[in-house]
Design a protein around this ligand. Structure first.
Ligand code: ATP
Length: 341
């Protein structure tokens, strides 16, 4: 029987609960320090205890996963803690497309895929001297917004960068990525593409809450100006959002064109869950600054089903359960190779 495995962090609880609801065995690669947390949940059948997640690529862990016919569900922690080479070297089948995860981690590749999908991306700024309007400065990979900052011109950029380097938040040799800041309402659009049905499903929308940029809006401007701290975009949590119905058609079109672009650039394409992340401006025009080519933690808010999935399924359906269902159906039809890499 196929089992579902993931790393103990990010959205592991949702993923494994969904797998158990689908009748699959569940395995958690768990850091020893988190053992007591995950032991609280009876839907986790087996813990593979490790000192660090990098042990996933070691023989011992791989053979336990193999003995259990495990499919690994990749999430943000896998991407944040392992290099693309390490992820690609994992022998256990990975749900979705492990090759596309590199396109998520590398800023240039990410931009290429977003452009291929015709997503309305913010203008990149090549060097600090070209900053002539408000920009956001990002680090490579999924840093979860930590150490990101805004700058209005080159001098502002240098001051803030130097401050973050001296505080040890970023290192002095780190290549930073600058793009125009898009102002508006944050919206993280969550999708699932089924390689079995060859169909795109829109799951839901979430908003991220980020400190301390959000805290700034709650203090008077004089205090904001006095603060010497560079505000960061560190994710604290997520909350649900429903869109005006008139925006949905464009949402589906963006999802479809992302799936098509991924099929062309990185085979077998964007299979499984993904997220297009951006903002709606005052004219309800969307700017996409980012994508995640795997389940996002924002789906945790819909563990009991999302508003949009209640239109597609007559049962509570989380993203974790949707993934497990795809694995289960594929396994029953001997088509696991269609849903994993
Ligand atoms: P993830 O954890 O999703 O991989 P990340 O580290 O790749 O995150 P982004 O999602 O690109 O980071 O950016 C983090 C936050 O910075 C966003 O949630 C958003 O608040 C803000 N942000 C990023 N790019 C822009 C932009 N171009 N305009 C406005 N805000 C932005």
């Amino acid at each position: 029987m196929t089992s579902i495995a993931t790393l103990g962090s990010h959205c592991a609880l949702q993923v494994l609960k969904g797998a158990k609801d689908e009748g699959l065995k569940t395995l958690l690669v768990c850091e020893k320090k988190r053992e007591s947390l995950y032991r609280r949940f009876s839907f986790i059948d087996e813990l593979i205890l490790v000192d660090s997640f990098s042990e996933v690529i070691e023989q011992k862990c791989q053979s336990t996963l193999e003995q259990n016919n495990a499919v690994i569900i990749p999430h943000g922690t896998l991407i944040a803690q392992m290099s693309s080479e390490e992820i690609e070297s994992i022998k256990t089948p990975i749900f979705g497309n492990k090759w596309i995860l590199r396109w998520e981690s590398d800023r240039e590749m990410k931009e290429k895929l977003m452009r291929e999908a015709n997503l309305p991306v913010p203008k990149p700024v090549t060097t600090p001297s070209e900053i002539d309007k408000l920009v956001i400065v990002k680090r490579q990979g999924a840093a979860g917004g930590k150490g990101y900052f805004m700058a209005a011109n080159e001098e502002d950029y240098n001051t803030k960068r130097n401050q973050l380097v001296s505080e040890g938040t970023i290192s002095s040799d780190e290549t930073l990525y600058i793009q125009e800041y898009a102002a508006g309402v944050l919206a993280y659009l969550q999708f699932f593409y089924s390689p079995l049905k060859q169909e795109l499903e829109f799951f839901g929308v979430d908003q991220r809450h980020e400190s301390d940029i959000e805290g700034l809006a709650r203090i008077p401007s004089e205090q904001q100006l006095k603060s010497k701290k560079v505000p960061s975009f560190n994710v604290i949590g997520n909350s649900p959002l429903v869109l005006r119905e008139s925006l949905l058609d464009e949402v589906y079109k963006m999802g479809d064109s992302f799936v098509e672009a991924a099929k062309r650039l990185v085979k077998p394409g964007m299979n499984g869950p993904f997220c297009i992340e951006g903002v709606y401006d005052e004219n309800a025009k969307f700017t996409a600054f980012e994508f995640s080519a795997r389940i996002v933690a924002g789906t945790n808010i819909y563990m009991d089903g999302s508003p949009y999935y209640s239109l597609l399924y007559d049962e509570p359906m989380s993203m974790g359960k949707r993934i497990a269902r795809e694995v289960k159906i594929a396994s029953e039809h001997n088509q696991l190779d269609k849903v994993t890499t």
